[in-house]
Ligand binder design. Structure first.
Ligand SMILES: NC(=O)c1ccc[n+]([C@@H]2O[C@H](COP(=O)([O-])OP(=O)(O)OC[C@H]3O[C@@H](n4cnc5c(N)ncnc54)[C@H](OP(=O)(O)O)[C@@H]3O)[C@@H](O)[C@H]2O)c1
Length: 355
């Protein structure tokens, strides 16, 4: 590891990923020191507290944190220790304020790694480009397939002018798990219930089933390849019909899923007759004058690579003009993300900053 240690400030330190990252840095890292921890309302800086002793930081401990109104206050505190502090966004903040934070971070000469895909996928392509092109300062490999390498492969393609012709992927471990459970004969409603009980779903499973998280990941990949694209350009067909999304109450939503069982079972039966299984696939294809992108549940041959993808595994298959021509796509398969893997991926992204 490098002689110059990385100084790290973690946003989202009271969350699942943030707290796990603190633990992993304490356990494994030799070349990094945590100098700041923040949640949505307060922060600790190394000069104020012994952060190294705060391995089990929780919301209660944050009652003693320094409140902040603007990220500039955190920037100033970190810059006093190291003007090249590495900020980690381990929050799930969806606000434009967090995008501004990322942009300001880069502008001020800090470095940043993010697990939060919202600033990269909910806003304009111009802001995305500013961040994505600052590769020596800003990495977001963790946002898609927990650091399996799809993002840097596409950034490389953009930077060497090797146009991407298509991207296909299964990017949701949760939906992969549900599809595989249905392959094994489980009803949709039971498969979602099992995924929820195992802690694989978002608190409200519609947030997985609506397909928007998958669409956001596809958008990040399309933009990484250098194309100016937005979420509205992606056709998204939810895993189950959109009307289910109107059921806000969690218990009522879970109960309502039985109403989708018959239609889903009919689809599965037909797919089986055709030698197929159902997979929730995100895809982008470049034609001569346009880019088409969609996310939907598709019947794919059992023997295809998509049909063979089982459980929560993720996969991406990329075709480009020079490095990965049709017939020999660049494919990456990876275990679905969880808290530990996401935190490890953030640490792996940080390694890039060791000088
Ligand atoms: N959990 C997973 O398995 C997993 C897998 C892959 C990717 N991710 C991604 O990792 C990120 C974190 O996930 P999580 O499950 O750890 O979420 P979480 O448990 O809900 O934690 C979110 C954290 O962010 C903090 N926070 C919210 N707004 C903030 C802001 N404006 N500035 C600083 N901190 C802020 C929260 O603090 P307070 O609410 O206490 O203020 C909390 O500490 C998300 O973007 C998620 O998509 C998670």
């Amino acid at each position: 590891m490098s002689a110059s240690p990385l100084h790290i400030c973690i946003l989202g330190a009271t969350g699942q990923v943030g707290a796990e990252l603190v633990r992993q840095i304490h356990q494994h890292d030799i070349g990094s020191t945590i100098i700041g921890l923040a949640n949505s309302t307060g922060f600790f800086a190394a000069d104020g507290l012994d952060i190294d002793s705060m391995q089990n930081i929780d919301r209660e401990a944050f009652a003693a944190a320094r409140p902040y109104q603007s990220y500039e206050e955190i920037f100033d505190a970190m810059a006093a220790v190291d003007p090249e502090t590495v900020f980690v966004d381990a929050s799930a903040d969806r606000s434009a304020r967090m995008l501004d934070m990322h942009l300001a971070c880069v502008e001020r000469g800090f470095r940043m790694v993010t697990a939060n895909k919202n600033p990269l996928s909910l806003f304009d392509a111009e802001s995305f480009n500013v961040l994505s092109r600052a590769r020596h300062q800003y990495t977001y490999n963790t946002t898609v397939m927990a650091g399996a390498g799809a993002v840097p492969y596409l950034q490389d393609a953009r930077d060497i002018a090797d146009p991407i012709e298509s991207i296909e992927g299964c990017f949701s471990g949760t939906l992969g798990f549900i599809a595989s459970a249905m392959d094994a004969g489980m009803l949709l409603s039971a498969a979602v219930q099992t995924a929820k009980q195992k802690g694989f779903t978002e608190p409200h499973p519609w947030d997985d089933l609506n397909g928007l998280d998958v669409a956001r990941k596809l958008l990040i990949l399309i933009r990484s390849a250098g194309y100016s694209f937005s979420l509205a350009d992606i056709q998204v067909e939810p895993f189950i019909p959109p009307e289910f999304g109107a059921v806000q109450d969690n218990e009522a939503f879970m109960a309502s899923l039985a109403d989708a069982d018959a239609a889903m079972s009919a689809r599965i039966t037909q797919a089986k007759k055709d030698g197929c299984v159902l997979r929730y696939i995100a895809s982008m294809k470049k034609t001569e004058d346009a880019i088409q992108a969609e996310v939907r549940l598709r019947a794919v041959p059992v023997q295809s690579t998509w049909g063979q993808l089982a459980g929560s595994a993720n996969m991406v298959s990329i075709v480009s003009r020079d490095r990965a021509p049709a017939g020999t796509p660049h494919s990456i398969t990876a275990k679905g993300a969880g808290v530990a893997k996401t935190a490890a991926s953030l640490r792996s992204d940080m390694i890039l900053f060791h000088k």
